[in-house]
Design a protein. Structure first.
Ligand SMILES: Nc1ncnc2c1ncn2[C@@H]1O[C@H](COP(=O)(O)OP(=O)(O)OP(=O)(O)O)[C@@H](O)[C@H]1O
Ligand SMILES: [Mg+2]
Length: 295
């Protein structure tokens, strides 16, 4: 049975219970989305938990997650629905010769011959779902326009069949990395959530959650170093995803501390551009080197 949260605090606790540590506005916006039935546009840099939020919400709300991964050139046939041509063709062939066009047409444009793609699946589902429209900024503006009908009326029009309205109301999350500016029309229909890099304290909690066995001293240092690295002017600052990967690697290597050597050996886990590596090695490596080292 799908859950209907009664307060922001409940959403906060629910997301934590499924392994997602929400920031303050994350719980608030998620609560409003679930209660007001408005889609949420989630923006922010790579790897800060945008996609994960949708997964966590689905787990917490006990709903199926329906995911539409966007890419350049994505069209309605892949996002909404498509006619199952092969099946239609088989039906036509199976019809006795001499059946009139009208009879065949009635047959082959029924729901049975529709291939539902994620958007339609979400709309037509008997049980309410969480719909994740991931990386909407990768599509073009025409696709966005098509989404508008869906996001404002929660219905889809199929010329041959008519209107298909939502049986249940999905919680909708759209994510964007800001690779292009989204239209005002889309933004107007959505609640907005900006996810940024977490505070060191929250990041420490997240790292602990993912690698509970990592020694405390290492986890604390890791979060400090990550914050240092993010402060440098890098092409691609490390995200939460990289912090977690680094924590896992350090755990595997049995690190007791992040000293200069350990840092140099493992820094490519958090920094992934040639030029960034040089900057980080120079600026952070030196700072770590300042810590007293055993002779
Ligand atoms: N608040 C959080 N609590 C727990 N884990 C988190 C949190 N935020 C991020 N993570 C972890 O960080 C990783 C990256 O998150 P996610 O894939 O959602 O990033 P994203 O924002 O969608 O990135 P991209 O823009 O590259 O798609 C995930 O493995 C997730 O488990
Ligand atoms: Mg993502």
């Amino acid at each position: 049975m799908a859950i209907a949260p009664a307060s922001v605090g409940e959403v906060d606790a629910g997301l934590r219970a499924v392994g997602y540590l929400p920031g303050e506005s994350t719980s608030l916006v998620s609560y409003l989305a679930a209660r007001l039935g408005k889609p949420v546009l989630v923006e922010g840099p790579a790897g800060v938990g945008k996609t994960e939020l949708a997964k966590a919400l689905a787990a917490y709300l006990d709903r199926t997650l329906v995911r539409l991964q966007c890419y350049e050139g994505l069209d309605e046939a892949k996002a909404l629905y498509e006619w199952n041509y092969r099946k239609q063709l088989l039906r036509i062939q199976a019809e006795a010769t001499g059946t009139g066009w009208d009879a065949v047409q009635d047959d082959i444009f029924g729901e049975e011959f529709l291939l539902a793609r994620p958007l339609m699946t979400a709309i037509a589902s008997e049980e309410p779902v969480v719909l994740l429209i991931d990386e909407i900024d990768k599509t073009d503006q025409e696709f966005e326009a098509m989404l508008l009908e869906l996001l404002s009326d929660f219905q889809i029009t199929i010329p041959e069949l008519g209107r298909i309205g939502a049986r249940t109301h999905p919680v909708v999350l759209l994510t964007s990395n800001n690779s292009r500016e989204l239209t005002e029309a889309l933004k107007r229909r959505c609640l907005y959530l900006w996810l940024d890099y977490p505070t060191p304290q929250r990041e420490l909690e997240i790292v602990r959650m993912h690698t509970p066995d990592l020694p405390d001293a290492v986890a604390t240092k890791l979060v400090e170093v990550i914050a240092l690295v993010r402060d440098l002017d890098l092409k691609k600052p490390p995200s939460i995803a990289e912090s977690i990967d680094w924590a896992r690697a350090l755990l595997l290597l049995g690190a007791e501390d992040i000293d200069e050597d350990m840092f140099r050996q493992t820094m490519s886990i958090i920094v992934k551009h040639r030029t960034d590596l040089d900057v980080v090695a120079e600026r952070v490596g030196v700072r770590l080197g300042l810590a007293p080292r055993p002779a």
